[in-house]
Design a protein around this ligand. Structure first.
Ligand SMILES: Nc1nc2c(ncn2[C@@H]2O[C@H](COP(=O)(O)OP(=O)(O)OP(=O)(O)O)[C@@H](O)[C@H]2O)c(=O)[nH]1
Ligand SMILES: [Mg+2]
Length: 422
């Protein structure tokens, strides 16, 4: 199986900050807290799009960051949530967390969505901290940071275009010219022993996959030569390109070759023979090819589209690719191989926190506790006091003691440093 792979970075937007504000109206002398909450940050969401066939677009852009939520404002006005960032991927794409290898989701259909990184929630405004003990809190939460991760996208490549033809017709030369595939090319038959796949890319959103299979000969449908084993690789392609050797080397007649291959395809599988086809009249750089082309056109010109090319010099190849892009646009999508189960998105929740010693300091790490620190306005005493209460509730004080913390030891969590006081 062939894979196309891309590694990208995704980050949900941070939540907007909560606001500290107080009521200051006429006739309301003792203004209470009046600061609104921040809005939620946007998520990064992968969405299946059957117009896409490969992952090459991710070569142009590797960072996807959703917007942050709007900050809360006075008069209890909440900040607006940010829009999600939708990243389009072809159906068949498997999404994994790069670090853990964990499956985040599997896009199998057009429109299906998988969330890769959620946005942070908005920080709460000071109104939400008012209580019996504190009627006028002068603190608010900062927005929660968005989730971030590196993801690996994998796509099983299914060929859109199959190259068929006699041995030596130039199929491998053609795929090497239009893609990064580098198959063996030689002037003896049956050079290609296994199929090659190549991705043809003509800029963003304009790409497709070509399969080059071993040459076919008469009797291929029943196992002659090598072709039969490989016809199944072109069974699900949407367009076939007949590659013909127009120079008629070794007394070959391109028209006769064409008829033999058509018959073999039909004998193998009727629907394969009925697939849309283009004839790539190859080796037009060689003598004798023009005459043969005239003959071919006279016979097949009314019923078949013939594109003269030279895979060796590149002549006519761009036109062939353009025609293929256009044809693929018109032809409905063939079904994509589906992975059996579609697991739910998994958001990682680690252990609550870990403590280690570093240069005489106690360093505390952990998703949840670091989140609380990130959401605290460390310049605000009230907010810091609240943070300390949260840490106590999470059992951090006891855990520090268990790790040998003594009075006066420095403790660091993210940007926050404090002295341990037992
Ligand atoms: N002059 C000329 N030679 C070509 C052209 N295309 C292919 N050839 C030559 O034809 C020979 C066969 O080319 P391949 O690309 O290996 O042919 P193939 O169809 O893949 O052959 P198999 O793998 O055996 O089925 C090689 O020597 C190529 O260099 C062309 O457009 N012009
Ligand atoms: Mg070959």
């Amino acid at each position: 199986m062939f894979y196309d792979r891309a590694k990208i970075y995704v980050r949900g937007g941070d939540g907007g900050n909560g606001c500290v504000a107080f009521r200051r109206e006429k006739y309301v002398p003792e203004g209470g807290p009046w600061g609104g909450d921040g809005g939620r940050g946007g998520a990064v969401i992968f969405r299946g799009d059957e117009g896409l066939r490969t992952l090459v677009d991710f070569r142009y852009r590797r960072h996807y960051k959703a917007d942050r939520g709007q900050h809360g404002r006075g008069k209890n006005m909440h900040g607006r949530a940010a829009e999600n960032l939708v990243v389009r991927v072809p159906p068949g794409t498997i999404i994994r967390d790069e670090e853990t290898g964990r499956l985040l989701g599997d896009i199998t259909a057009d429109g299906q969505e998988v969330t890769a990184a959620i946005g942070g929630r908005g920080g709460r405004g000071n109104s939400r901290f008012a209580g019996a003990n504190n009627k006028a809190p002068a603190m608010a939460e900062k927005g929660e940071p968005g989730e971030e991760r590196r993801v690996v996208l994998d796509l099983k490549l299914l060929a859109d275009v199959g190259l068929v033809g006699y041995p030596n017709a130039g199929k491998s030369t053609l795929i090497a010219r239009v893609s990064a595939a580098r198959p063996k090319i030689a002037d003896y038959p049956f050079t290609t022993l296994a199929p090659n796949l190549g991705v043809v890319s003509r800029g963003e959103g304009r790409s497709f996959v070509v399969a080059d299979i071993p040459g076919l000969i008469e009797g291929a449908h029943s196992g002659a030569g090598l072709g039969h084993n490989f016809l199944r690789h072109v069974e699900r392609t949407r367009v076939l390109v007949h590659v013909l050797d127009m120079a008629g080397i070794e007394g070959r007649d391109p028209l006769a070759d064409f008829r033999v291959i058509c018959r073999e395809l039909a004998l193998y599988n009727e629907t394969l023979a009925g697939r849309p086809q283009l004839i790539a009249a190859n080796k037009m750089d060689l003598t004798g090819s023009e005459e043969n082309l005239a003959g071919l056109r006279a016979e097949l010109g009314d019923t078949h589209e013939i594109v003269p090319i030279s895979a060796a010099t590149g002549q006519g190849v761009d036109k062939l690719v353009d025609r293929l892009l256009a044809l693929l646009q018109e032809i409905p999508e063939s079904q994509v191989a589906l992975e059996e189960d579609v697991p739910e998105v998994v958001h990682l929740v680690g252990p609550r926190f870990a403590i280690r010693r570093e240069d005489g300091e106690l360093v505390v790490t952990g998703r949840e506790i670091e989140k609380h620190v990130a959401m605290t306005d460390l310049g605000n005493n009230e907010a810091v006091e609240r943070l300390q209460r949260i840490m106590q509730l999470m059992g951090l004080e006891q855990a520090l003691r268990d790790n040998g913390a003594r009075n006066g030891d420095m403790v660091r969590i993210g940007d926050f440093t404090f002295d341990f006081v037992d």
